[in-house]
Write a protein that binds this ligand. Structure first.
Ligand code: UDP
Ligand code: MG
Length: 314
């Protein structure tokens, strides 16, 4: 029987922790009863340097339910993506399959069973995908959707409307641990792992309690990280722009020369306008070119695994 670890990053979640713990314990009990997971399956709360009583509550839960509730205390606040990674890598050696979920229960615990079924059907990663975002504010919904579209435009593969509610088999987490980059954007990394994947769909709910720990500033930072950690397209765009302006400068040259010979110009205008266009283009081209090398260095220093063997027949 497979031992399940539910990994829950928590930052200042004292209002919701007990509610989350109860809901997740009930989910575990239900799955154990149905014979779908091992009896010693557990929840792993990761305290991401909370300033409130979150850690005390995790300790309390652990005392009351020593098998079902475990905890990891990070030494300081490192952010959702790192906290989740810490949880996954800790859970890796204690479990056969992990599910990551937010503490606020916005993601539907009811689809965990379906995730497990899909895992048993042979999938290594099962993505939780939001069907609708009715409960999100108009602002959050539109910015989030623009973000997914921008990512796609930049050539970053992500699962549309999937946040970090996801099942991963032990070998998927093991492969993930080979990605040693520090600029984490988990949603972009998981599709790189490969293996069989599937999705489950659910409606995103309101927060069970407490307030969002993702203000606009953190959202923008995550979006920038997502693009800059996965794509060197912005650099190619500079290069492209440089080319475009050089081409424009040729057109400008023709126009300036015609004006010069027809004699409708102030002295000095021709040489000035030509230099401005040409030098501008040349500079952008040069920056873009240097950028291309930096982009390559950036990709190299990540030391990502170059491939991931799924099966060998011998
Ligand atoms: N979180 C975290 N560290 C942080 C910020 C958030 O571990 O620095 C956790 C938080 O406790 C929650 C999850 O990340 O479990 C998602 O945060 P939240 O629900 O506030 O984000 P939203 O759903 O509003 O985007
Ligand atoms: Mg939330």
């Amino acid at each position: 029987m497979d031992r399940l670890a539910i990994v829950v990053p928590c930052y200042n979640e004292e209002e919701v922790l007990k509610i989350a713990s109860k809901a997740l314990r009930e989910t575990l009990e239900d799955l154990v009863q149905k014979g779908k997971i091992a009896e010693d399956s557990f929840i792993l709360f990761v305290n991401d340097g909370s300033k409130d009583r979150t850690w005390e509550l995790i300790e309390e839960e652990h005392r009351e339910h020593p098998v079902q509730v475990c905890g990891v205390k990070l030494a300081g606040n490192v952010g959702h993506q790192f906290a989740l990674t810490a949880g996954l890598l800790t859970a890796k050696d204690m479990s056969d399959v992990t599910i990551s979920i937010d503490a606020d229960l916005q993601d539907d615990v009811a689809v965990i069973e379906e995730m497990i079924d899909k895992f048993h059907a042979g999938n290594d990663i099962v993505y939780g995908v939001r069907r609708e975002r009715k409960t999100d504010t108009f602002f959050k919904r539109t910015t989030a959707q623009a973000f997914y579209k921008l990512m796609a435009l930049m050539g970053v593969k992500t699962v549309y409307n999937h946040a970090d509610f996801r099942l991963m088999s032990r070998r998927a987490v093991e492969q993930f641990s080979q990605y040693r980059e520090t600029n984490l954007f988990l949603r972009g990394m998981m599709p790189l792992i490969g293996y069989e994947t599937d999705c489950v769909y659910y409606d995103r709910k309101e927060r069970a309690a407490g307030t969002s720990k993702y203000p606009l500033k953190k959202m923008l930072a995550l979006a920038f990280d997502g693009i800059s950690s996965f794509s060197v397209k912005p650099i190619s765009m500079i290069l492209g722009m440089g080319f475009l302006i050089i081409v424009c400068s040729i057109l400008a040259a023709v126009y300036a020369l015609i004006s010069f010979f027809t004699g409708h110009v102030v002295p000095g205008w021709t040489s000035l306008i030509l230099s401005i266009w040409f030098l501008g283009g040349l500079q952008l081209l040069a920056i873009g070119l240097v950028g291309q090398y930096i982009g390559k260095i950036y990709i190299e220093v990540k030391h990502r695994p170059r491939y991931n063997i799924e099966k060998i027949l011998k």
